[in-house]
Design a protein around this ligand. Sequence first.
Ligand SMILES: [Mn+2]
Length: 292
Amino acid sequence: MGTVTKLPFEAADLFDFAASSPQRPERDGIVRRRYRTVWISDVHLGTRGCNAEMLIDFLDHVDSETMYLVGDIFDGWQLKRKFYWPASHNDIVWRIMKRAKRGTRIVYIPGNHDEMFRQFTGLDFGGVKIKRQAIHTTADGRRLLVLHGDEFDAITLSHRWLAHAGDAAYHVMMVLNRWVNAYRRAMRLPYWSLSKYAKHKVKNAIEFISRFEEIVAHEAKVRGVDGVIAGHIHTADYRRIDGVEYFNDGDWVEGCTALVEHDDGRMEILNWADEIRAREAAETAATTRAAA
Ligand SMILES: [Mn+2]
């Protein structure tokens, strides 16, 4: 009695994340990658669709000087209908706020599902700056317009059919359909049109995506910037359209992707499921080597 139990860490250490340098293992052995910039969007916190575990893993392994939250981070529409808020969704908000506290510049550009935050445009919440749009300058001096993308819905949806026939997904579907029905014939089952079922949806989706990409790129051209970064359509992509760079950081519902900028201005789309697989394979290999 009378002796003070010494904790294995200083309380201040818990908040001393700024001290961690690039690629340096932390106390828990996690190597954190460091990028110049990270863009994520379409997390849809407050819905069952949100892949929170995957995003938590991403946030635990990736650091950046600047982080853009490119809209639809929260899903206010769903939350209003049916309140759904598991602890993991809190963990994400907490991790982002913690990042702001330890010095990451965070810009939050609300989308259409979290439009309620647009009323706070220009304000700063504990280091998270809320903006309607932003211009990001890369390390090599390219100027990129950052926006969510729903501002083009009216135009995208009003231009219906822009036949991008001969697209790969459609043809794969046709081949698949033949196989399915060859099998069904062999099993004496009636014909069932997979392609007919999917054709309509796939065609419309592809038309919508390419239309969206072209319209957003056109806006960038009009604005006189070198490129544009958007979210909204849940389709990660990099394309050069009419002399303008088009980036989409994807989503954390299905794709689980982020867009990152390396220190030299090089851009990359990270598919986090692939990154986890690669990490686990490397860990297994290391364990096997150690055991040998
Ligand atoms: Mn959206």
